[in-house]
Each structure stands twice: as structure tokens, then as C-alpha cells.
Ligand binder design. Structure first.
Ligand SMILES: Cc1cc2nc3c(=O)[nH]c(=O)nc-3n(C[C@H](O)[C@H](O)[C@H](O)COP(=O)(O)OP(=O)(O)OC[C@H]3O[C@@H](n4cnc5c(N)ncnc54)[C@H](O)[C@@H]3O)c2cc1C
Length: 411
């Protein structure tokens, strides 16, 4: 079969390999050089141990404090509020106990397969060297906040996820540079990648070596016809004609899905980061600073602090006072950072759906178009398992996971 994939971010690239593995001809439509594509600047976590949707009690607990602070972990630019209103309404609806429970079940179903899928993809391409299996830490500034999170650990343990509570001595031995932390847990099975941009570049190089056909252009219009599906582009070549299309264009998928009659509540949670020279943060593994809205990762190419959620759409310029505020808050935990020179700063567009579940499934009106977007905070984590599900859908095979919670029809 000839399959055209729109978007060669991490989800599109993993999908290209899943389809090439099964002997399909793959066309990769990708303009290249898109500013702020999250594939390149994310924190590099394979966070398969996470089970909570964004619309969780944890978020609601922190929300009032966050919204009071214009440079805090979560902001909505006032001018963007009218555009965001429908998304926010769905976010509210996704926060009922029954909906949260359903989201947790669906997140767990996909995340349970996420790391095995990555390991199998990376090993088949001889890229296993990208995985760093040092575990991931969550730390709390106040014991009282940690105590309120205990139900999350219980839930994780009930799913078979290992969660190790650390004594202050054990934490000091593991991460001696950390200060002002009253409680910590280690997820020994969580891991990260060497550098997400380098991983994506390797996946692209290998896809092309495996004879994926590159089309360097934006897909502008999808035209289903009786025989095949045509993808019109802004390039100089003729439309791409394929038996099947996969839309994996992150936040930019919304417009393409709308053309096909699917109004998906996809918006962007803009995220920020700062990357220091390798070794600056003096940390041995990724760390989640609970309640602060940022994480740190020792990537091979530099030490990154990243996070924040800003609702301001695709057009507003980055507000790097947000990055600076994040770094400032990090100095509470890593005081030596105060004397470090400024880091490289970045802003990117998480493609987010209010119930924290991606859209994986056929377009509402045409099974020949498969959607694979909206992975929000977990697009790297879930890319490999998504690619396997998409390949099954393309081949009309039954998939091992209940895809109803991920379907377009849920909106
Ligand atoms: C600060 C931050 C930290 C994060 N940390 C993590 C993390 O640690 N772990 C994790 O799992 N996730 C993390 N994420 C989320 C993750 O990065 C995203 O979910 C993921 O990158 C989405 O990948 P994607 O391939 O769907 O989309 P994208 O990365 O947006 O890629 C989409 C691609 O489509 C292309 N495209 C766009 N329009 C068109 C068009 N019309 N035609 C053809 N191509 C098009 C773009 O050029 C781009 O290459 C983080 C995100 C941010 C912002």
C-alpha cells in the first residue's frame, strides 16, 4: 500500500518506520524548519509511569495559586480567552470523577505499551543507544504536598508501576546538588532519551535510507476521491496520491481535520525551556518538581529545565520572562545555578486535547485518513505505540488496545 504521512515530527517518524516494517511504500510530507515544533525541544522523558490527565485533582489544587502569578506554571493570555473558551469548557467536563477515571484507564492502556514499543523500534533500527535508563525522580518542597499525592502512588502501584519513596539520606546520595526538598520518590523504570531532536534526526535519516519518499512542503488540502486520496501541497510538484493518509502534524493537524469535517478541540499548550551546557545542573537523572510546573533533564547535549503551560495560540511571540521565572524558581532547589550564565531559551507548541488523550483513529467520514495527533505532554512517550496502532489501523487489523477513548467520535 502507498501511505502518505503528513508531518515528520516524532509521531510521523515513528509511524513511517512502523509502516516501512510492514512493507508499505511511505511518502513523508513535511515542510521542515517549523519553529516551535515540540519534537525538537521537549524534555526527553519516556514518562510511561504517568497516569493522570491534566484535568486532575492535582491541577485543580494548584490552579488558583498558578493563575494568580502571571509568570507561574499556567497562564492564559487574556486576549486568547475567547478562542480558548470551547476548549476550557471541555476541560471542565473532563474533570468530573467519572471522566478522570476513564482518562486514567485510557492513558494507562497506552502508556503500559509505550516503553516496550520504543525499545522494539529503537533496537530494530540499532538506535537503542538513545535510551537512558536511570529512572525519574519526583520531588516536593513541602511534606504536606507530598502527603496529598499519596493516592496517585497507590493508583500507580495498582497498575504494577514501581514507586520508591526515598529517605532524605537516599535522596542526598542520589542527587547531592538538590536543596529544599522535603520528600521524593523514584520511578526506577521511567527513562529518558539522549536528546529528542537528535533522536528525531536519526529516525528521519533512517526512514529516508529505508526509501521513504520525502516531499518538502506543507500539505494544504486533502481530497478524497473514488480511487485514492490526493494531498495538495504548497510545493511545486503534483499532488501526492496515496491509498491511505496519516495526519500526524501535531497542533497543525486541526486545520486539516476540519477540512475533512472533524472539529477537534485541539489547542496548544505552549511550553518553555532553557538548556545549559551539559553538567551545569549537576543532576544524574530527570527530576519533576511537583507543584512547580517544571522538570529538569540531563540530556547528552545539555541540561534542560522545561515546562510551563501558556495558552496564547500559535501566533503570539514567546514570552521568555516565563522561562526566566522558571529558572529563578529552580534556583531554590539548585542554588548553584544562580551564578550560571544565561541559557539557550526555546518555546514550543504542545498539541493538546482537553481530556489529555490523543486522537488515534480514522477520520469521521473516511477510513482512508487516519489521525495520529494531540499527544499533549506525552508525544515522545507515546509515539512508538501510536505508530504501531496506526499501522494496524492502516491494515484494518484489530488493535490490542480499546481505541474508543481515542476516537474522533468522542467529540
Ligand atoms: C516544553 C515541552 C516539554 C515536553 N516534554 C515532553 C517529554 O518529556 N516527554 C514527552 O513524551 N512529551 C513531551 N512533550 C510533548 C511532546 O514534545 C509532543 O507531544 C510531541 O512532540 C508531539 O509530536 P508530534 O509529532 O505529534 O508533533 P510535532 O512535533 O508538532 O510535529 C508535527 C510535524 O508536522 C509538520 N507539519 C505541520 N504542518 C504541516 C503540514 N501542513 N504539512 C506537512 N507537515 C506539517 C511540522 O513541521 C512538524 O514537523 C513536551 C512538550 C513541550 C512543549
Amino acid at each position: 500500500m502507498r501511505v502518505a504521512i503528513i508531518g515528520a515530527g516524532i509521531v510521523g517518524l515513528a509511524t513511517a518506520h512502523a509502516l516501512l516494517d510492514r512493507g508499505h511504500e511511505v511518502v513523508l510530507i513535511e515542510p521542515g524548519g517549523k519553529q516551535g515544533r515540540p519534537t525538537d525541544g521537549n524534555a526527553g522523558w519516556i514518562a510511561h509511569t504517568d497516569v493522570m490527565p491534566l484535568a486532575s485533582p492535582k491541577a485543580w489544587r494548584n490552579l488558583p495559586r498558578w493563575l494568580m502569578d502571571p509568570l507561574g506554571p499556567l497562564t492564559i493570555r487574556p486576549g486568547y480567552l475567547p478562542h480558548l473558551a470551547p476548549w476550557l469548557v471541555r476541560f471542565l467536563l473532563a474533570s468530573s470523577p467519572s471522566r478522570i477515571k476513564a482518562s486514567i484507564g485510557a492513558i494507562r492502556a497506552i502508556n503500559a505499551e509505550a516503553l516496550p514499543a520504543w525499545k522494539s523500534l529503537l533496537s530494530s533500527l540499532d538506535l537503542s543507544g538513545h535510551l537512558r535508563e536511570n529512572g525519574i525522580l519526583s520531588v516536593w518542597r513541602h511534606q504536606s504536598d507530598f502527603n496529598r499525592s499519596r493516592d496517585i502512588f497507590e493508583r500507580q502501584r495498582s497498575f504494577g508501576i514501581e514507586v520508591e519513596a526515598l529517605s532524605p539520606a537516599a535522596l542526598a546520595e542520589l542527587e547531592p546538588a538538590l536543596h529544599n526538598v522535603e520528600a521524593a520518590v523514584l520511578y526506577p523504570d521511567a527513562c529518558h532519551v539522549s536528546d529528542p531532536a537528535v533522536l528525531a534526526a536519526d529516525l528521519l535519516r533512517l526512514a529516508l535510507e529505508r526509501r521513504a519518499i520525502p516531499v518538502t512542503a506543507h500539505a494544504t488540502r486533502i481530497e478524497p476521491t473514488d480511487g485514492a486520496v490526493r494531498v495538495h501541497t504548497d510545493g511545486s510538484g503534483p499532488p501526492v496520491v496515496a491509498d491511505q493518509i496519516v495526519i500526524a502534524a501535531g497542533i497543525w493537524s486541526r486545520v486539516l481535520a476540519a477540512q475533512l469535517g472533524d472539529r477537534i478541540p485541539l489547542d496548544t499548550e505552549r511550553g518553555y525551556n532553557a538548556t545549559y551546557p551539559k553538567g551545569t545542573l549537576e543532576i544524574g537523572r530527570p527530576i519533576m518538581f511537583e507543584g512547580e510546573g517544571f522538570v529538569t533533564t540531563p540530556l547528552d547535549t545539555g541540561d534542560r529545565v522545561g515546562g510551563a503551560v501558556e495558552f496564547a495560540g500559535l501566533e503570539a511571540p514567546p514570552n521568555h520572562s516565563r522561562t526566566d521565572a522558571m529558572v529563578q524558581r529552580l534556583t531554590r532547589f539548585l542554588p548553584h545555578l544562580q551564578s550560571e550564565p544565561a541559557a539557550k531559551r526555546w518555546m514550543g507548541f504542545r498539541p493538546s486535547i482537553p481530556d489529555s488523550l490523543p486522537v488515534i483513529g480514522p477520520a469521521g467520514r473516511d477510513w482512508r485518513v487516519i489521525y495520529a495527533f494531540g499527544h499533549g505532554h506525552y508525544g515522545l512517550t507515546q509515539a512508538a505505540i501510536t505508530s504501531r496502532l496506526v499501522a494496524d489501523l492502516v491494515e484494518r487489523k484489530s488493535v490490542g488496545i480499546d481505541l474508543k477513548p481515542f476516537a474522533t467520535q468522542r467529540f
